[in-house]
Design a binder for this molecule. Structure first.
Ligand SMILES: NC(=O)c1ccc[n+]([C@@H]2O[C@H](COP(=O)([O-])OP(=O)(O)OC[C@H]3O[C@@H](n4cnc5c(N)ncnc54)[C@H](OP(=O)(O)O)[C@@H]3O)[C@@H](O)[C@H]2O)c1
Length: 210
């Protein structure tokens, strides 16, 4: 099953692609420009150039599964939150349905189910994630939703938790652990239709995400 990685050049995207390539998993990286290609070529990863604000349908060619880990990031305004985190995600889901993609893995966010409970500054982002997740659930595209906590840059421990109760309220997870979890999830076809929170914790990934 070849996975199209949307957001492949991002921080999670890079870590996921490197691990997937090491594990011999078939992936195709969707990137935004030619300058980003060398990093993937060095690792033997096929890359396709496409922009989520333009026509990106061609990127899906030869892919059976989609991993959406793109995001507008913290340095843009609500306009990009709306265009990327919400609208581009729904368009990627539409293309997936039209092309018969076997599964769509969404990188959402912890507490996206309650945008009003987020700090005021984060509410538009959480509302975008909430709505993209709802669109995916209603789409008829087989899906899996991963909701990481606040992302931090720490080395992988490969030890995780799936609830705030389990971590005593600690709400962070390393991007490295998210990347490892995604490597597990893209291969776990039996987990289709499931949704997981993801935090740094004490349990092995396969044990926690099942
Ligand atoms: N930050 C948090 O605490 C947090 C918590 C939970 C979930 N998340 C989610 O985790 C995911 C990844 O996080 P991250 O830290 O890896 O983010 P990141 O480093 O900002 O990566 C985002 C990726 O999206 C790509 N992108 C943005 N606009 C695009 C466009 N118009 N067309 C194509 N690609 C576009 C970027 O491309 P370029 O490389 O070309 O810029 C980048 O590769 C996101 O979905 C985010 O919402 C974040």
């Amino acid at each position: 099953m070849t996975t199209l990685v949307i957001g492949a050049n991002g921080q999670i995207g890079h870590q996921f692609c490197a691990l997937a390539a090491q594990a011999g998993l078939p992936i195709k990286a969707m990137i935004r420009n030619e300058d980003q290609r060398a990093w993937f070529a060095e690792r033997g990863i096929d890359a396709v150039i496409a922009d989520l604000e333009g026509d990106f349908r061609h990127a899906f060619e030869g892919c059976d599964q989609v991993l959406f880990t793109a995001g507008s990031g913290p340095h843009t305004g609500s306009d990009k939150t709306l265009l990327i985190d919400l609208y581009a995600a729904t368009r990627a889901i539409d293309v997936s349905r039209e092309l018969g993609i076997k599964r769509f893995l969404m990188v959402s966010a912890l507490r996206a189910e309650n945008p009003q409970e987020a700090p005021e500054k984060l509410r538009p982002y959480m509302a975008a994630k909430f709505s993209a997740d709802a669109y995916l659930r209603a789409s008829n595209v087989p899906y899996l939703i991963l909701k990481p906590g606040r992302l931090i840059d720490e080395p992988a421990t490969q030890r995780v938790a799936t609830s705030l109760a389990e971590t005593g309220g600690e709400n962070t997870v390393s991007r490295a652990n998210v990347a490892h979890a995604l490597v597990h999830l893209v291969q776990a076809e039996d987990l289709t239709g499931r949704e997981f929170h993801l935090l740094d914790g004490e349990r092995g990934i396969a044990e926690a995400l099942r």
